[in-house]
Design a protein around this ligand. Structure first.
Ligand code: B12
Length: 373
């Protein structure tokens, strides 16, 4: 289980007014360059970042800014407090000193004070102040082993999942294909296989990586084998289905490199008769809009796994909603990034959110008028 803070702890974070959140978001890229400059000027920077390349620190600042823009816009401090210990853990495990975090947060306070009107800066600085005050708690929590919950399995598939996990971790594509072929006799089995074999396998891989039990190379190997298996089943069962309905575009947002979940959702739509354009990971907003204009999809389905990419999803939604109504697709969002939000589509202005392939297919059926509510 991920650690969650009590309501009282969360309520100590003061509500940020819309103007302040907007000022932060509008000037985010400028502010972040300023933070980089303040950090670069420090004599002790190499010690703080554990002699990592500076690019790693810049990446963190970029992701931090995008994440905070979402937190301020949604005033969602539960999400903030669940993610910060994880950030501490991730960067500390790469050699960053714990001292880096309050230094970084103070740099934000300074830059906000110097660059935003005082009324806009004050509430934002207040949130940073609270984070700095909780530094010791974040260190303690980052040392606790708290992991994403792995969804309880489908008992019919559990034994296969254990064998599949072992095979993908060995990089053994042949055995992985044998196991998956036992599970998938035809197109009708695919969705269940995705949900109850592939998904728990990859969640387990993530947990093992986070525990330090497997290297990044092993995770890459496992992901590559899974992608081959998905491709093999795609050729056997999905591609044959004749698209009889409109177009659905499935893409992961900009800066989002997780694509296996989106790939599975794309196949589920295709199996349901849609003509699917699957764009994979890290799709730039402008290019995505160009494709929307060209293909005129009925649905644009956007995936995000990392909480700091919700900001990119939100920019896609804004741009799509500004399109004339006759070319505007319905927007569906999904992926692990939204797990901290109780009503992700309502908050972000999408038409709907789905948690897995089956829900995604049901929602599109509903939108296309096949299911009467
Ligand atoms: C493989 C992997 C990677 C690979 C991805 C390769 C690829 N080709 O996709 C690579 C190496 C790129 C990667 C990178 C990183 N990763 Co990674 N990664 C994973 C891992 C192990 C598996 C992901 C996966 O395939 N899951 C299986 C799929 C099927 O599940 P899913 O995505 O949830 O999809 C389902 C639903 O969410 C939904 N869904 C998904 N998308 C959509 C879209 C729509 C429209 C709909 C309706 C539904 C929907 O349907 C799917 C089916 O049920 C996860 C562990 C995990 N728990 O997922 C970590 C994980 C997501 N990664 C993690 C991290 C930290 C990172 C990095 C930051 C690591 C680093 N330091 O660089 C980077 C971030 C890169 C970035 N900017 O995106 C953490 C995230 C922690 C957090 N707090 O959020 C995780 C959870 C690992 C962990 N700690 O356990 N990663």
């Amino acid at each position: 289980m991920e650690h969650t803070f009590s309501t009282e702890e969360i309520e100590q974070y003061q509500y940020v007014p819309v103007n302040s959140a907007q000022a932060y978001r509008d000037r985010m890229f400028f502010l972040l360059e300023e933070v980089n400059r303040v950090m670069d000027a420090r004599d002790d920077l190499d010690r703080l970042i554990g002699n990592n390349p500076r690019s790693r620190m810049y990446d963190n600042h970029r992701n931090h800014a995008a994440f905070m823009a979402t937190v301020f816009a949604l005033n969602n401090y539960g999400m903030l407090l669940s993610v910060v210990p994880w950030v501490y853990r991730a960067y500390a495990s790469q050699g960053f000193s714990y001292d880096y975090f309050p230094v970084h947060l103070r740099a934000w306070q300074k830059v906000l004070e110097e660059n935003l009107p005082p009324d806009d800066a004050a509430p934002l600085k207040g949130i940073y102040g609270r984070l700095i005050a909780s530094h010791e708690t974040f260190i303690a929590l980052s040392r606790e082993t708290t992991f994403l919950e792995i969804p309880a399995g489908n008992s019919r598939r559990e034994e296969a999942t254990v064998r599949f996990l072992e095979a993908v971790l060995r990089g053994d594509s042949a055995t992985s294909l044998t196991i998956s072929s036992e599970q998938v006799a035809g197109a009708a089995d695919l969705e269940d296989f995705y949900q109850w074999v592939v998904r728990p396998t990859m969640y387990r891989v993530g947990e093992m990586w986070e525990r330090g039990e497997i290297s990044v190379a092993k995770e890459h190997l496992a992901s590559a084998v899974v992608n081959r298996i998905l491709a093999a089943h795609y050729l056997d069962f999905v591609m044959k289905s004749d698209p009889t309905r409109g177009t659905v575009i499935v893409a992961a947002s900009a800066n989002e490199f997780h694509e296996i979940g989106a790939r599975m959702v794309a196949s589920a739509f295709e199996l349901d008769g849609w003509n699917v354009e699957f764009l994979g990971a890290d799709t730039p907003v402008e290019d995505l809009l160009e494709m929307v204009a060209e293909k005129r999809p009925f649905v644009l389905a956007v995936s995000a796994t990392m909480p700091f990419n919700i900001e990119h999803v939100s920019r896609i939604i804004e741009r799509v909603r500004a399109l004339p109504v006759w070319v505007r697709p319905k927007i569906m969002i999904g992926g692990l990034a939204f797990r901290h939000l109780s009503d992700p589509s309502g908050l972000l202005g999408a038409n709907g959110y789905a948690g897995d392939c089956a829900q995604a297919v049901d929602l599109v059926r509903k939108w296309s008028g096949e299911v009467i509510e």
